[in-house]
Write a protein that binds this ligand. Structure first.
Ligand code: SF4
Length: 449
């Protein structure tokens, strides 16, 4: 990356896991509107479900999630009862019994639930919904707290994928981020889950952590390679201590600077490719036989709040505090505060906090941004034609992209925008040109690389 491109990399831009992005969801969004969107869903088409558990047993200093520490099980058990009720409420608001193509448990740490409670939750889901034969059923796990009993239960419940925040194996880095999980511990849970029948494993790695070096990342990738996960997501640490107070415990003086972050990102990507992974979109890597790599080859990659996905369902319905859902009508976010969320559920409400109804312009821009992020190229005229818009709808944006072309980030071929090799790492910055909300936003985002 040259000096000009490094300047682009220092820009604060969204990750574009949705468009419009979450800071633009409107507070006080009417539950009645969400209910109308749910009632309008086509009952013959599959949907996806996302279930959120905002509890963890320990706090990682780098964490940017909305989570609560659970030193006792009682709050988790209470949360689970409300989650079961919310599943009932959501199912009752739908136009019929629907099929599920993807189901994802995220957090927090969903596996803080006891095996019995996880089974109760899954039984409740399948009492209302039909599981498609090839459905992906995924759960985020914490290697430090996943018990052998829970791993066995995850297998019995038919989960097809488990993901782990591995981040980095270097002991000094792990100490500085308060996440101690030696390679043997991670290898054990991976082996246990595979033995239980969970066919696919995902790892998350992070660069830009305190005390992290290119050497420590290479060693981490080497160790990961021996465990052979199907997918690896490689994220840059987003240091936003003004939003995540726990990040104030990160020693800022030990954070790599912008140039070191870029060098780590490039080196890690090359090392993953050397280990047989294919680069997918901005920050994912997958074995060539993984469904994500196959979808990328076939132009079927999508982006949602979990990052890159093969999920093509038109509706992703969120359950649990803070969860975000999407229907053809728009985006919805649940109440974040668990007490208020639980009270809303107890009162028989879908616990909506925020949302945004999509305009035709949002849909058009959202599709352009998604294709750029997923395919590294987009034909703005073809998408305009599919949306019934004139081909020159983005004349201003194309003029702005001329600067990006001069700086080597994109090639402009008529109505097509094609990311160059260096532009791929900066796809968030290129995509932001099409973001009509960004210029009027005061939200602070993380840097692009
Ligand atoms: S396990 Fe995940 S959600 Fe929980 S504190 Fe650590 S990073 Fe945050």
């Amino acid at each position: 990356m040259n000096e000009i491109q490094a300047r682009y990399a220092s820009r604060s831009v969204p990750r574009y896991t949705s468009y419009p992005t979450a800071p633009h969801f409107r507070p006080g969004f009417p539950e009645v509107t969400y209910r109308s969107w749910l009632a309008e869903l086509d009952p013959t088409r599959p949907i996806s479900l996302y279930l959120h558990v905002p509890f963890c047993k320990q706090m990682c200093w780098y964490c940017g999630c909305n989570m609560k520490l659970a030193s006792r099980y009682e709050p988790v058990a209470e949360y689970l009862e409300h989650l079961l009720d919310e599943i009932d409420l959501l199912a009752a608001a739908l136009p019929g019994r629907m099929k599920v193509s993807h189901l994802h448990w995220g957090g927090g740490t969903p596996t803080v639930l006891t095996p019995e409670d996880m089974r109760r939750a899954m039984d409740r889901v399948w009492s209302h919904f039909d599981r498609m034969p090839d459905a992906e059923i995924a759960v985020e796990c914490d290697p430090r707290t996943l018990t052998d009993e829970m791993a066995a239960e995850i297998g019995r419940l038919g989960f097809t994928r488990a993901s782990f925040g591995v981040q980095e194996f270097d002991p000094e880095v792990q100490a500085a981020i308060n996440r101690i999980q030696p390679p043997d511990m991670v290898a054990h849970v991976v082996d246990t889950l595979r033995a239980a029948g969970v066919a696919h494993i995902n790892f998350d790695l992070i660069y830009g952590l305190p005390y992290q070096t290119e050497e420590s990342l290479i060693e981490t990738i080497e160790l990961c390679g021996r465990m052979a996960p199907d997918r690896i997501a490689l994220f840059g640490y987003a240091h936003v201590p003004w939003m995540a107070k726990n990040q104030r415990l990160i020693p800022e003086y030990a954070l790599p600077d912008g140039a070191a972050r870029q060098a780590q990102a490039e080196m890690a990507a090359n090392a993953l490719i050397t280990h047989g992974y294919e680069a997918i979109g901005l920050d994912h890597f997958a074995r060539p036989d993984d469904t994500l790599a196959i979808a990328a080859h076939e132009g079927r990659l999508h982006r949602n709040f979990q990052g890159y996905t093969t999920d093509c369902a038109r509706a992703l319905l969120g359950l649990g505090a803070t969860s975000i859902g999407r229907t053809p009508g728009g985006y919805i976010q649940n109440i974040s505060e668990t007490g208020a969320w639980a009270r809303a559920v107890s009162a028989g409400h879908l616990p909506v906090a925020k949302g945004i109804a999509l305009t035709d312009d949002d849909r058009l821009r959202g599709r352009v941004i998604e294709r750029l992020m997923c395919d590294g190229m987009v034909d703005t005229a073809a998408i305009a034609a599919a949306c019934g818009k004139p081909a020159d709808w983005c004349r201003d944006e194309m003029e702005r992209l001329a600067d990006f072309a001069r700086d080597g980030l994109v090639m402009l071929e008529g109505s097509r925008v094609v990311l160059t090799e260096s532009g791929r790492a900066l796809s968030r910055v290129v995509a932001s040109v099409f973001d009509a909300y960004l210029t009027r936003s005061e939200a602070r985002h993380s840097v692009a690389v």
